[in-house]
Design a protein around this ligand. Structure first.
Ligand code: HEM
Ligand code: HEM
Length: 238
Protein backbone atom coordinates (compact mmCIF):
# COMPACT_ATOMS: atom_id res chain seq x y z
CA UNK A 1 0.00 0.00 0.00
CA UNK A 2 1.36 3.50 -0.72
CA UNK A 3 0.39 6.77 0.84
CA UNK A 4 1.06 10.29 -0.30
CA UNK A 5 3.15 12.55 1.94
CA UNK A 6 0.74 15.37 1.06
CA UNK A 7 -1.96 14.87 3.70
CA UNK A 8 0.55 14.86 6.56
CA UNK A 9 1.88 18.21 5.39
CA UNK A 10 -1.42 19.98 5.71
CA UNK A 11 -2.17 21.69 8.94
CA UNK A 12 -5.52 20.99 10.52
CA UNK A 13 -8.28 23.41 9.58
CA UNK A 14 -12.03 23.60 9.22
CA UNK A 15 -11.76 22.16 5.69
CA UNK A 16 -10.02 19.08 7.04
CA UNK A 17 -12.84 17.13 8.55
CA UNK A 18 -10.96 13.84 8.21
CA UNK A 19 -8.13 14.92 10.55
CA UNK A 20 -8.04 13.10 13.89
CA UNK A 21 -5.96 14.00 16.90
CA UNK A 22 -4.01 10.91 17.93
CA UNK A 23 -1.80 10.49 21.02
CA UNK A 24 1.50 9.57 19.40
CA UNK A 25 4.13 10.32 22.09
CA UNK A 26 3.13 9.19 25.58
CA UNK A 27 4.14 11.41 28.51
CA UNK A 28 7.11 9.19 29.55
CA UNK A 29 8.60 9.43 26.03
CA UNK A 30 8.19 13.22 25.99
CA UNK A 31 9.69 13.62 29.47
CA UNK A 32 12.52 11.32 28.42
CA UNK A 33 13.20 13.45 25.34
CA UNK A 34 13.37 16.83 27.04
CA UNK A 35 15.24 15.45 30.08
CA UNK A 36 17.79 13.85 27.72
CA UNK A 37 18.17 17.12 25.80
CA UNK A 38 18.88 19.02 29.02
CA UNK A 39 21.21 16.32 30.34
CA UNK A 40 23.30 16.16 27.14
CA UNK A 41 23.66 19.96 27.13
CA UNK A 42 24.81 19.81 30.79
CA UNK A 43 27.21 16.93 30.00
CA UNK A 44 28.82 18.96 27.20
CA UNK A 45 29.05 22.05 29.41
CA UNK A 46 30.53 20.20 32.41
CA UNK A 47 32.82 18.05 30.22
CA UNK A 48 34.32 21.01 28.33
CA UNK A 49 34.28 23.10 31.52
CA UNK A 50 36.13 20.41 33.46
CA UNK A 51 33.48 20.34 36.24
CA UNK A 52 33.92 16.60 36.59
CA UNK A 53 31.86 15.88 39.74
CA UNK A 54 28.82 17.31 37.99
CA UNK A 55 29.84 15.67 34.71
CA UNK A 56 29.61 12.33 36.48
CA UNK A 57 26.21 13.16 38.04
CA UNK A 58 24.77 14.11 34.66
CA UNK A 59 26.45 11.02 33.23
CA UNK A 60 24.51 8.79 35.66
CA UNK A 61 21.34 10.69 34.76
CA UNK A 62 22.00 9.99 31.06
CA UNK A 63 22.63 6.32 31.88
CA UNK A 64 19.25 6.10 33.71
CA UNK A 65 17.41 7.86 30.88
CA UNK A 66 18.91 5.73 28.11
CA UNK A 67 18.31 2.49 30.02
CA UNK A 68 14.73 3.60 30.55
CA UNK A 69 14.28 4.38 26.83
CA UNK A 70 15.62 0.98 25.78
CA UNK A 71 13.14 -0.80 28.07
CA UNK A 72 10.34 1.58 27.05
CA UNK A 73 11.12 0.65 23.45
CA UNK A 74 9.68 -2.79 24.25
CA UNK A 75 6.89 -2.04 26.71
CA UNK A 76 5.99 1.63 26.07
CA UNK A 77 3.18 3.21 24.07
CA UNK A 78 2.54 1.83 20.60
CA UNK A 79 4.46 4.52 18.70
CA UNK A 80 7.38 4.53 21.18
CA UNK A 81 8.04 0.82 20.65
CA UNK A 82 11.02 0.01 18.46
CA UNK A 83 8.84 -2.43 16.53
CA UNK A 84 6.78 0.53 15.25
CA UNK A 85 9.79 2.20 13.69
CA UNK A 86 12.07 -0.56 12.49
CA UNK A 87 11.68 -0.23 8.72
CA UNK A 88 12.85 -2.29 5.78
CA UNK A 89 15.28 -0.45 3.44
CA UNK A 90 12.58 -0.41 0.72
CA UNK A 91 10.28 1.52 3.08
CA UNK A 92 12.99 4.15 3.52
CA UNK A 93 13.50 4.39 -0.24
CA UNK A 94 9.74 4.68 -0.83
CA UNK A 95 9.50 7.38 1.85
CA UNK A 96 12.38 9.33 0.31
CA UNK A 97 10.56 9.16 -3.03
CA UNK A 98 7.51 10.74 -1.38
CA UNK A 99 5.37 7.59 -1.59
CA UNK A 100 5.43 5.81 1.80
CA UNK A 101 4.38 2.15 1.65
CA UNK A 102 1.81 2.59 4.38
CA UNK A 103 -0.01 5.61 5.89
CA UNK A 104 1.20 4.47 9.33
CA UNK A 105 4.75 5.35 8.24
CA UNK A 106 3.79 9.01 8.70
CA UNK A 107 2.34 8.64 12.19
CA UNK A 108 5.26 7.89 14.57
CA UNK A 109 8.91 8.23 13.58
CA UNK A 110 9.06 8.25 9.78
CA UNK A 111 11.54 5.87 8.08
CA UNK A 112 14.13 8.67 7.86
CA UNK A 113 13.38 9.97 11.36
CA UNK A 114 13.77 6.44 12.73
CA UNK A 115 17.31 6.22 11.32
CA UNK A 116 18.31 9.38 13.14
CA UNK A 117 16.65 8.21 16.37
CA UNK A 118 18.54 4.89 16.35
CA UNK A 119 21.80 6.66 15.47
CA UNK A 120 21.35 9.17 18.30
CA UNK A 121 20.47 6.50 20.86
CA UNK A 122 23.39 4.28 19.78
CA UNK A 123 26.01 7.03 19.86
CA UNK A 124 24.75 8.30 23.23
CA UNK A 125 24.87 4.77 24.68
CA UNK A 126 28.44 4.44 23.38
CA UNK A 127 29.35 7.82 24.89
CA UNK A 128 27.95 6.89 28.30
CA UNK A 129 29.56 3.41 28.19
CA UNK A 130 33.00 4.79 27.34
CA UNK A 131 32.58 7.48 30.03
CA UNK A 132 32.06 4.75 32.63
CA UNK A 133 35.55 3.36 31.90
CA UNK A 134 37.31 6.62 30.94
CA UNK A 135 40.21 8.13 32.84
CA UNK A 136 41.72 11.60 32.31
CA UNK A 137 44.88 10.51 34.18
CA UNK A 138 44.57 13.53 36.47
CA UNK A 139 41.62 13.17 38.81
CA UNK A 140 38.56 11.96 36.91
CA UNK A 141 38.17 8.24 36.60
CA UNK A 142 34.96 6.45 35.57
CA UNK A 143 33.34 4.10 38.11
CA UNK A 144 34.15 0.94 36.14
CA UNK A 145 37.78 1.66 35.15
CA UNK A 146 39.20 -0.73 37.77
CA UNK A 147 37.28 -3.64 36.25
CA UNK A 148 38.84 -3.36 32.78
CA UNK A 149 42.38 -3.47 31.37
CA UNK A 150 44.54 -0.41 30.80
CA UNK A 151 44.19 -0.88 27.05
CA UNK A 152 40.39 -0.68 27.30
CA UNK A 153 40.58 2.43 29.52
CA UNK A 154 42.90 4.11 27.06
CA UNK A 155 40.75 3.20 24.03
CA UNK A 156 37.50 4.24 25.77
CA UNK A 157 38.99 7.55 26.99
CA UNK A 158 40.24 8.36 23.54
CA UNK A 159 36.83 7.52 21.93
CA UNK A 160 35.01 9.52 24.64
CA UNK A 161 36.89 12.76 24.01
CA UNK A 162 37.40 12.50 20.24
CA UNK A 163 35.32 10.40 17.81
CA UNK A 164 32.40 9.70 20.18
CA UNK A 165 32.18 13.26 21.43
CA UNK A 166 32.26 14.88 17.98
CA UNK A 167 29.81 12.36 16.57
CA UNK A 168 27.39 13.17 19.42
CA UNK A 169 27.74 16.90 18.67
CA UNK A 170 27.34 16.38 14.91
CA UNK A 171 24.27 14.15 15.24
CA UNK A 172 22.59 16.52 17.70
CA UNK A 173 23.16 19.46 15.32
CA UNK A 174 21.88 17.44 12.34
CA UNK A 175 18.87 16.34 14.43
CA UNK A 176 17.89 19.91 15.36
CA UNK A 177 18.50 21.30 11.84
CA UNK A 178 16.46 18.42 10.34
CA UNK A 179 13.56 19.03 12.73
CA UNK A 180 13.47 22.72 11.81
CA UNK A 181 13.76 21.88 8.10
CA UNK A 182 10.83 19.43 8.28
CA UNK A 183 8.72 21.82 10.36
CA UNK A 184 9.46 25.05 8.45
CA UNK A 185 10.10 23.91 4.88
CA UNK A 186 8.24 20.59 4.57
CA UNK A 187 5.53 21.75 6.96
CA UNK A 188 5.33 18.42 8.77
CA UNK A 189 4.01 18.60 12.32
CA UNK A 190 6.85 17.20 14.43
CA UNK A 191 7.55 19.61 17.25
CA UNK A 192 4.10 20.05 18.80
CA UNK A 193 3.61 16.26 19.24
CA UNK A 194 6.91 16.06 21.17
CA UNK A 195 5.44 18.73 23.51
CA UNK A 196 1.76 17.85 23.92
CA UNK A 197 1.85 14.29 22.62
CA UNK A 198 -0.80 14.61 19.89
CA UNK A 199 -0.51 14.58 16.12
CA UNK A 200 -3.17 15.42 13.54
CA UNK A 201 -3.40 12.20 11.59
CA UNK A 202 -5.15 11.79 8.25
CA UNK A 203 -4.29 8.16 7.70
CA UNK A 204 -6.69 5.41 8.75
CA UNK A 205 -6.40 3.44 10.91
CA UNK A 206 -4.01 5.02 13.41
CA UNK A 207 -4.39 3.58 16.90
CA UNK A 208 -3.15 5.88 19.68
CA UNK A 209 -0.33 5.14 22.09
CA UNK A 210 -1.51 4.11 25.52
CA UNK A 211 -0.88 7.06 27.86
CA UNK A 212 -3.03 6.69 30.96
CA UNK A 213 -2.36 6.65 34.71
CA UNK A 214 -1.45 2.93 34.58
CA UNK A 215 1.14 3.25 31.82
CA UNK A 216 2.62 6.38 33.42
CA UNK A 217 2.91 4.59 36.79
CA UNK A 218 4.64 1.69 35.05
CA UNK A 219 7.07 4.15 33.41
CA UNK A 220 7.83 5.69 36.81
CA UNK A 221 8.59 2.28 38.31
CA UNK A 222 10.84 1.39 35.35
CA UNK A 223 12.63 4.73 35.64
CA UNK A 224 13.19 4.28 39.39
CA UNK A 225 14.70 0.83 38.76
CA UNK A 226 16.97 2.31 36.04
CA UNK A 227 17.98 5.12 38.43
CA UNK A 228 18.73 2.54 41.11
CA UNK A 229 20.94 0.63 38.69
CA UNK A 230 22.81 3.84 37.76
CA UNK A 231 23.25 4.68 41.46
CA UNK A 232 24.73 1.22 42.04
CA UNK A 233 27.17 1.75 39.14
CA UNK A 234 28.08 5.13 40.66
CA UNK A 235 28.74 3.47 44.03
CA UNK A 236 31.45 1.30 42.43
CA UNK A 237 33.66 4.37 41.96
CA UNK A 238 36.54 4.42 44.43
C1 HEM B 1 26.26 11.64 26.48
C2 HEM B 1 27.09 11.48 27.46
C3 HEM B 1 28.39 12.24 27.64
C4 HEM B 1 28.93 13.32 26.98
C5 HEM B 1 28.31 14.09 25.83
C6 HEM B 1 30.22 13.59 27.55
C7 HEM B 1 31.07 14.61 27.17
C8 HEM B 1 32.35 14.80 27.67
C9 HEM B 1 33.22 15.90 27.34
C10 HEM B 1 32.84 17.08 26.45
C11 HEM B 1 34.41 15.70 27.96
C12 HEM B 1 35.66 16.59 27.90
C13 HEM B 1 36.41 16.34 26.64
C14 HEM B 1 37.64 17.19 26.52
O1 HEM B 1 38.21 17.60 27.55
O2 HEM B 1 38.07 17.42 25.38
C15 HEM B 1 34.30 14.48 28.71
C16 HEM B 1 35.30 13.91 29.47
C17 HEM B 1 35.10 12.90 30.38
N1 HEM B 1 33.91 12.28 30.66
FE1 HEM B 1 32.18 12.48 29.63
N2 HEM B 1 30.46 12.68 28.55
C18 HEM B 1 29.36 11.85 28.65
C19 HEM B 1 29.16 10.83 29.56
C20 HEM B 1 30.04 10.49 30.56
C21 HEM B 1 29.80 9.50 31.61
C22 HEM B 1 28.51 8.68 31.76
C23 HEM B 1 30.91 9.45 32.37
C24 HEM B 1 31.21 8.61 33.60
C25 HEM B 1 30.30 8.32 34.49
C26 HEM B 1 31.89 10.36 31.81
C27 HEM B 1 33.18 10.53 32.24
C28 HEM B 1 34.13 11.33 31.65
C29 HEM B 1 35.55 11.33 32.00
C30 HEM B 1 36.25 10.43 33.02
C31 HEM B 1 36.15 12.30 31.18
C32 HEM B 1 37.65 12.65 31.11
C33 HEM B 1 38.23 11.76 30.02
C34 HEM B 1 39.61 12.18 29.56
O3 HEM B 1 39.97 13.36 29.66
O4 HEM B 1 40.33 11.29 29.02
N3 HEM B 1 31.31 11.00 30.71
N4 HEM B 1 33.03 13.95 28.52
C1 HEM C 1 20.89 17.32 22.98
C2 HEM C 1 19.83 17.51 22.26
C3 HEM C 1 18.87 16.44 21.78
C4 HEM C 1 18.93 15.09 21.80
C5 HEM C 1 20.05 14.21 22.36
C6 HEM C 1 17.71 14.59 21.18
C7 HEM C 1 17.40 13.24 21.02
C8 HEM C 1 16.22 12.76 20.48
C9 HEM C 1 15.80 11.39 20.48
C10 HEM C 1 16.61 10.23 21.08
C11 HEM C 1 14.60 11.32 19.86
C12 HEM C 1 13.72 10.08 19.70
C13 HEM C 1 12.61 10.16 20.74
C14 HEM C 1 12.13 8.79 21.14
O1 HEM C 1 11.47 8.10 20.37
O2 HEM C 1 12.45 8.40 22.27
C15 HEM C 1 14.24 12.65 19.44
C16 HEM C 1 13.09 12.99 18.76
C17 HEM C 1 12.71 14.29 18.51
N1 HEM C 1 13.40 15.45 18.86
FE1 HEM C 1 15.15 15.54 19.81
N2 HEM C 1 16.93 15.64 20.80
C18 HEM C 1 17.61 16.81 21.14
C19 HEM C 1 17.19 18.10 20.96
C20 HEM C 1 16.01 18.44 20.36
C21 HEM C 1 15.54 19.80 20.19
C22 HEM C 1 16.30 21.06 20.66
C23 HEM C 1 14.35 19.72 19.54
C24 HEM C 1 13.44 20.82 19.09
C25 HEM C 1 13.81 21.91 18.53
C26 HEM C 1 14.06 18.33 19.29
C27 HEM C 1 12.94 17.85 18.67
C28 HEM C 1 12.64 16.52 18.49
C29 HEM C 1 11.43 16.06 17.82
C30 HEM C 1 10.35 16.95 17.22
C31 HEM C 1 11.49 14.67 17.82
C32 HEM C 1 10.47 13.71 17.19
C33 HEM C 1 10.90 13.44 15.78
C34 HEM C 1 9.92 12.56 15.06
O3 HEM C 1 8.73 12.84 15.09
O4 HEM C 1 10.38 11.57 14.45
N3 HEM C 1 15.09 17.57 19.81
N4 HEM C 1 15.25 13.52 19.86
Amino acid sequence: MTASLEPARRHPGPDNASARSVRVWDLPTRLFHWALTLTVICLLATGFGGVMEWHFRFGYTALSLLLFRVIWGFIGGRWSRFSSFVYAPRSLIAYLRGQPHHPNHLVGHTPLGALSVFALLAILIAQVSTGLVADDEISASGPLTRFVSGAVVSLASSWHVTFGLWTVITLVIVHIVAIFFYVRVKRLQLLRPMIDGDKQVYAQPAAPSRDDAGSRALALVVFIVCGGFAAWIASLRV
